[in-house]
Every structure is written in C-alpha cells, then in structure tokens.
Design a protein around this ligand. Structure first.
Ligand SMILES: [Cu+2]
Length: 419
C-alpha cells in the first residue's frame, strides 16, 4: 500500500517536472526569437504532409505483412473441432467486413491530410449539413453491424445450445496449479462431488462411500493428533507448557475438524452403501491428461477448486471459465486426431522451423538434440496465481480403439476402493 502511494507521488512529480521543463523551453525559445507556429513555411508543411503518406504506407504495409505472416486466424492451424470451423468462418467474415473499412477510412484520413495541407491563401469550404451523407453513414454501418451481430448470434447459439445426442460427459477440474480430468464411465454420469470431501487422496471431493470413510479417518486422525499433542503438553498439575495462544489455536483447529466431520455426516453421508449417489461415481476415472475420440460429441463440464481458471485449447477453439462453486459446460466434437494433425504439411513445416531453432539453442548450451512434436494442449488462460504458467495438460485426440485401450488401463473409483 505504502509502495503504491510512493509510486503515484513519483509519477505525479515527474509529470509536473516535465510540464515545467516545457514551459522553460517555450520561454527560452521566445527570448531567442525563434519562429512561432504562424511562421511555419510552406516547404515545411509540404514535408509534413508527405511524411503522413509515408506513415500511412508503412502502417498499411505492416498490416498486410501481418496478414500474410500469420494468416486470418492468428497463426493457428485449421480448427480441429466442428464448432471451431464455425468460429473461424465467423472471424473470417468479420475480417472481410472490417478490413475494407479499415483501409478506406484510414486511407481517407491520411490522404486528406496530405492533400489539404495548410495554405495561407485558401479558405475552407463551408459545408454544414447534408441529408444524403447522413443517411449513407447511418445506414451502411447499421447494415454491416447487423450482419455481424446476426451471424455471430447464430454461431453462438449453434455452439452453446446444441445438446448433441450421444455426447460423452467429461469433466475438467482446475486448481492452483494444474488440472484433473474425470471420465464419467459406462453410465455417462459423473458422480456428485462436494468440496467438504476434498483431501489429498480425493482431490475433486467426489462422493463415494469409500471417500466419505477416508475423510472421516483423516479428520479423526487429525483430531487425535491434536488431542495427543495437547495431553503431552501438560505438566503434572495439568497446566500447559504451551502459550495460551498456541493452545487456543490448537483447540480451534480441532473444533474445525470436528465441525467438518459433522457437516459431512449431516449433509453428504447417506448412510446406505448402495445409494445411487455413491454409485454413479464408481465407474468414473480420474486422470491428469485429456484423451478425446475423433468425431465423438462431448459434453464437457468445468469446475474449479479455488479461483477462476480458464481452460483453453486454441487448436479446438475452445475456451471457457472454470468458476469455483459452479459448473460451466461446453459441447464440442473434435475432428482431427493428433496423428492426422502431425501429418499436415503446414504443421510439419511449422515444427521443422521450431526444431531448428530449438536445437540450435540446445547446441549452444552443449546439450543433446531433441525432436519437438505437435501436441494439443489445454492451458489456463486466466492469470490465476504465481504458477499460472504451469497449468498445462496434454490433450490427445485419437480413434475409439486407441481411446478404449488407453482408458482400460486406468482405475475407476470402485477399483481403487477395492484395492
Ligand atoms: Cu489457472
């Protein structure tokens, strides 16, 4: 807080000093008898006008270079999902509306400044109002913007409200700092979860009778530990060696553990091992990578443990916030497997360049050569804390057979519990 205040004061003083300096400079110029604004020569005006054209051409050239260098979709490869292709077409449509207007308005801005540079003998034309002009610059933008909005809305509705039949339910769970993926198993239903059950062995707080028992054991264990510590910290007269503060905070901790257990007992525990709430989690599988089947519709669910995260897979054009305390969802269908993506000429070329640069640097460091390959990646796109940049998870898009043999090796909640 104090630091911030000092920074504000320093910036304010710097601005004041700068203003004073400019005043001094102005006064000095006046004393030296230098020419004022009115005495700028025609030659200087023409020079400035020409420089405006030079600026415009550089500016336009840079934009055109950017378009050729990165393409119309910002240097990403073709979208690898159904809705991603829709988003790309929408963006392309926007570009086709925006770019001509951009070149036209900026062109007019600079060309007019160049053409009508100041000439002393010329008088400006008085042109206060024209209905036709007003009509044109109201109707043309209205039509263009309506087209963009209607097309955008249609795409949005297609993407957000398509309850695809046969969609597989998969959950992505963000935490500081990483991801969990939970597959819903054969019943295609994710087992319910509750934050009160979150422990090291149950990071998502999934409700199963096993997990509830584990939570009880954990909480009982903590209470016991504190009890032991307290009883060992007493002398023969029953007085604590610990400071009163220490004792209070230990007792407070113990009370919290007891309350936690009470809450689980009263709100989550159904008492019945065969309750359906427990059962839906039994076939769920928890992993830390995301495997998806090509051409399979997915209903993705997103949750967060702590702060807002933002799962983002740029090649799928998928991005959505994961918000603590609520579930967000997104439907999509991947269309290109990782292997198919790796075989695309533009991807091969892109990774040839990356490998070249990468290995050149490794060589300089005296390290062994490496080969980097294309991989889909799920990243966090919300600055969520110190290790935000570590929030990456591999995404593999594959065939149904490959997926089935992969998931067959993973343990379900029920399998883990019966161990
Ligand atoms: Cu994050």
């Amino acid at each position: 807080m104090e630091n911030k205040f000092i920074i504000v004061v320093v910036v304010a003083l710097f601005i004041i000093a700068l203003m004073q300096l400019m005043k001094v400079y102005d006064l000095a110029a006046k004393i030296r008898g230098e020419k004022s604004e009115e005495k700028v020569t025609r030659g200087e005006n023409i020079f400035n006008a020409n420089m405006l054209i030079v600026f415009m051409l550089t500016y336009f050239g840079f934009i055109i270079w950017l378009i050729f260098k990165y393409g119309m979709n910002g240097g990403l490869f073709d979208a690898a999902s159904v809705h991603g292709q829709e988003i790309d077409s929408l963006l392309l449509f926007n570009w086709w509306v925006i770019l001509p207007v951009f070149f036209l308005t900026n062109g007019v801005l600079f060309v007019f400044s160049w053409k009508y540079y100041y000439r002393q003998e010329r008088k400006a034309l008085y042109f206060p109002h024209d209905n036709r002009l007003e009509l044109i610059w109201t109707i043309v933008p209205a039509v263009a913007l309506s087209a963009i909005v209607i097309y955008g809305l249609k795409t949005w509705n297609d993407i957000m409200f398509n309850d695809q039949e046969g969609a597989k339910v998969v959950e992505v769970y963000g935490f500081q700092f990483g991801w969990w993926t939970r597959y819903s198993g054969d019943d295609n239903v994710l087992g319910k979860a509750d934050y009160k059950l979150i422990t090291a062995s149950n990071p998502l707080g999934v409700i199963t009778s096993e997990n509830i028992q584990n939570s009880y054991n954990y909480l009982d264990g903590e209470v016991e530990k504190i009890n032991l510590l307290l009883s060992e910290s007493k002398n023969d007269e029953g007085e604590y060696f610990l400071s009163a503060n220490n004792v209070d905070s230990l007792i407070g901790r113990m009370e919290r553990f007891k309350r936690q257990k009470y809450r689980i007992k009263s709100a989550i525990d159904r008492g019945d091992q065969n309750d359906s709430v427990y059962k839906s989690a039994n076939d769920d599988v928890l992993v830390q990578e995301l495997h998806l089947i090509k051409d399979q519709p997915y209903a993705m669910k997103f949750r967060s443990k702590d702060v807002i995260h933002c799962p983002w897979v740029p090649h799928l054009r998928m991005q959505i916030n994961a918000v603590p305390g609520m579930e967000t969802s997104f439907n999509f269908t991947p269309t290109t497997t990782t292997q198919e993506m790796r075989a695309k000429p533009e991807v091969i070329e892109h990774y040839r360049v990356i490998n070249e640069i990468h290995n050149e640097r490794l060589k300089k460091l005296g390290e062994k050569e490496e080969k980097v390959e294309f991989n889909y990646l799920l990243m966090c796109n919300k600055i969520c804390g110190a290790a935000h940049s570590n929030m990456k998870m591999d995404v593999v898009i594959e065939t149904a057979e490959e997926f089935n043999s992969w998931i067959a090796e993973k343990q379900t909640y029920a399998q883990k519990a019966s161990e």
